[in-house]
Write a protein that binds this ligand. Sequence first.
Ligand code: SAM
Length: 256
Amino acid sequence: MAIRNVAGGESLSIFERSWQTYHLLVAHDLMQHHALGQALEQRLLAWLAERQVAGLSSALAMADLACGDLTTLAPLLRQLPLRQLEAVDAAAGVLQQAEARLGPVPYPCHWRAMDLLLWAESGAEGPSGTWDLITCLFGLHHLADVDKWRYLELVPRQLAPGGRLLIGDLFRLPGESRQQYLERYWARVNSWTVLVEPSRQLVIDHMASSDYPAEGEQFVARAASLGWQTRWLWHGPDRAEGLLELWLPRQPRPAG
Ligand SMILES: C[S@@+](CC[C@H](N)C(=O)[O-])C[C@H]1O[C@@H](n2cnc3c(N)ncnc32)[C@H](O)[C@@H]1O
């Protein structure tokens, strides 16, 4: 499958080979999934109330990019008033696991094996305004910055009026180089006593080959230059993990 990550297919191997390692990180909340999930849920419930006041439908069409096996989102997806879900991941094998984890839901789901940037590019050719909500959790940091900017440039065409893009991901601090970021994060990984070898080395090697987080404030500035409005909803204690809400200002109606 065509894949636009800096490390190509290599960046998927940790997920294809060892979901147990990722689940261990989530179960022990080592990457702050719990707090991120709570911040996401809180914001989505508030946003649904805002939509109701604005007379917008609360039956959402949602796309989740880099869905993995829906470790983080499945509980929320069982609560949200969706009218359809598109779940996209470049690791084709994980989609069945995602479907099984989600279980029965009262809306149609489409499981798509695809690179998230190619998804944005292909949607850009189609009709606009398809999705009310697009989420991407821990997926974008695999792309080079130039491709993250391209993603930010393309996605607006797929967002319905009043829609939201929610990005939960890893970010660098202002002025922090990739190497400084990696060393800072590796110090954390080395303190994770639940992670025994070879899993710890697997995580460290995956980060070395595949993690290219954007500098958080540069990401926001780039988004703003492309017309997005943004708001940080949450940061982890050392600001490596963050949750960002992005939306597009409403176009004024033509006079007359
Ligand atoms: C850390 S997991 C996150 C899974 C899920 N979003 C979560 O938060 O629990 C990263 C996922 O991103 C997927 N992924 C990595 N690069 C991708 C790309 N370019 N396009 C689509 N999916 C990608 C991997 O296959 C993996 O399932």
